[in-house]
Design a protein around this ligand. Structure first.
Ligand code: AKG
Length: 260
């Protein structure tokens, strides 16, 4: 597959997101999905709701950070690295490795951005400083709650983290939202300011979607994430600052990775 990186970069800058298909091996996706699905059902039973405002049916679920569940085409995908480098420059870093699992009977989340602009009072928007990398572990569509995204909304001035209904109803007239429907193996890369929300999952199975966050090198860093020793060759790529450490201690991946 040939990717026009200049075109993808332009699209990402303009629309605030891109989706590229066939970037992750379906075997890797299925293998990780099988491992995580059991944990999704458990968390669902215990009503461990998370994500934005911990809405009913939405789980913040961390994937295992030990072999054999760590894959280079997920954590260090070369196409994603190339795009992040084009947008964020050299030495960008990742500080997040989790998943949004949207469970059956979930409700609609409030429309929101993941990060606010760095200079909120500016009269023009600054270039992107952070990107979210989303990788669904199943095909996603309107039935199982594909994410709603608002093209171009990352450039709207004056928006708050939770977008006021009056503001989004007005924007809807000229720039309506769409659903990020994806085949498994695809990757969605989006500006963290892009308006989006989880939608009801009316199917009978959870819809897991991995999430990583890439940041420009000078943005303030949080704690490093722990991965199990032995995964080094599945992860390390010198074009990305992984902001992680490897440990021989057992890793409880159910704990919030940034608290680990
Ligand atoms: O799961 C989704 O589709 C979106 C989740 C989300 O945006 C969040 O929890 O912040």
């Amino acid at each position: 597959m040939k990717i026009d990186f200049c075109e993808e970069k332009e699209k990402l800058l303009l629309d605030g997101f891109i989706i590229i298909e066939n970037l992750v091996s379906k075997e890797h996706v299925d293998f990780l999905h099988e491992k995580m699905l059991g944990e999704s059902w458990e968390m669902m039973k215990e009503k461990k709701w998370g994500g934005v405002r911990s809405c009913h049916g939405h789980i913040q679920q961390n994937p295992p950070r030990y072999a054999p569940y760590v894959f280079r085409d997920i954590v260090s995908n070369p196409v994603v690295i190339n795009i992040s480098k084009l947008i964020l420059g050299e030495n960008f870093y990742n500080d997040f490795y989790s998943a949004n699992t949207n469970c059956p009977e979930s409700i609609m989340q409030p429309l929101h951005s993941d990060c606010m602009p760095l200079w909120p009072g500016n009269v023009i928007q600054h270039p992107p400083v952070s990107l979210v990398i989303n990788i669904p572990l199943v095909d996603t569509d309107e039935i199982n709650g594909s994410m709603e995204i608002w093209p171009g909304s990352h450039l709207v001035l004056g928006a708050q983290k939770y977008v006021d209904e009056k503001i989004f109803m007005e924007r809807k007239k000229t720039a309506p939202p769409m659903r990020a429907n994806m085949k498994k193996g695809s990757i969605l890369i989006r500006d963290t300011r892009l308006w989006h929300r989880g939608m009801p999952n009316t199917s009978t199975t959870p819809r897991p979607m991995l999430a990583m966050m890439h940041h420009i090198h000078w943005l303030k860093r949080g704690k490093k994430l722990a991965f199990a020793a032995g995964c080094e060759s599945d992860i390390l790529d010198n074009q990305i600052d992984h902001h992680i450490y490897f440990t021989h201690e057992p890793i409880d991946h159910s704990i919030d990775p940034t608290q680990n």
